[in-house]
Design a protein around this ligand. Structure first.
Ligand SMILES: CC(C)(COP(=O)(O)OP(=O)(O)OC[C@H]1O[C@@H](n2cnc3c(N)ncnc32)[C@H](O)[C@@H]1OP(=O)(O)O)[C@@H](O)C(=O)NCCC(=O)NCCS
Length: 174
């Protein structure tokens, strides 16, 4: 970790982000449904903006947990992303992103997707730097952070397994 002093504790409300976008044909498949990849792109952007606002540092995406798409988002709908920091660690942050579709003419909203992303704050050389701690003001926020700590453990185990697989794949065959 590089020698960087983190700023003071911050509230989740200071960085919470809402993004709204109209779904245009360019983002859709031939059925008129928004492409999964286009939704993933927006999730990454909403998460990164939230982290930027929390850290005021450069951030990179380290992990995205399993995504489920519950309902299609159609061309002409609005797509609404709500992102907030759930927990901070030393140089990494977990962000929760909820994705809603909204029928433009009726206002009917559906939760279409939900994601947890991990970002790492880095300096100009790409070395991880410390992030400001998150102020946990309510029991609900403390509970969310506790759950995030458990997810982090799972993620790091999955990363170790992937690194082991990579090492195995790159090993010269005898
Ligand atoms: C993310 C990255 C900066 C981590 O660098 P690293 O050398 O592995 O750094 P460390 O092992 O010291 O980890 C730094 C922090 O990231 C966390 N981290 C690293 N990989 C992680 C993962 N897969 N999931 C969750 N957290 C992760 C570590 O837990 C640590 O957090 P902490 O300081 O809060 O405890 C580096 O792997 C990287 O640059 N990856 C590519 C990022 C990128 O390009 N993303 C865009 C998509 S290609």
């Amino acid at each position: 970790m590089s020698e960087h002093t983190a700023s003071p504790t911050k509230r989740a409300s200071e960085s919470a982000t809402e993004m709204i976008q109209a779904v245009l044909p360019n983002d859709a498949n031939p059925l008129g449904f928004m492409l999964g990849g286009a939704v993933m792109h927006l999730i990454d952007i909403a998460g990164a903006i939230t982290c930027l606002k929390h850290t005021r540092q450069r951030v990179v995406t380290a992990a995205v947990d399993g995504l489920q798409f519950l309902h299609p988002i159609r061309v002409g709908d609005l797509v609404i992303l709500k992102a907030r920091v759930t927990c901070t660690f030393t140089t990494s942050i977990e962000v929760e992103v909820q994705v809603f579709s909204e029928e433009a003419l009726t206002g009917v909203r559906k939760l279409t997707c939900h994601a947890y992303l991990t970002f790492v704050a880095v300096d100009e050389q790409g070395n991880p730097v410390q992030v400001p701690p998150l102020l946990l003001e309510t029991d609900e926020a403390r509970c969310r952070a506790e759950e995030a700590r458990a997810r982090r453990g799972e993620r790091l185990r999955a990363k170790q397994a992937l690194l082991a697989r990579e090492a195995e794949m790159l090993m010269p065959s005898t």
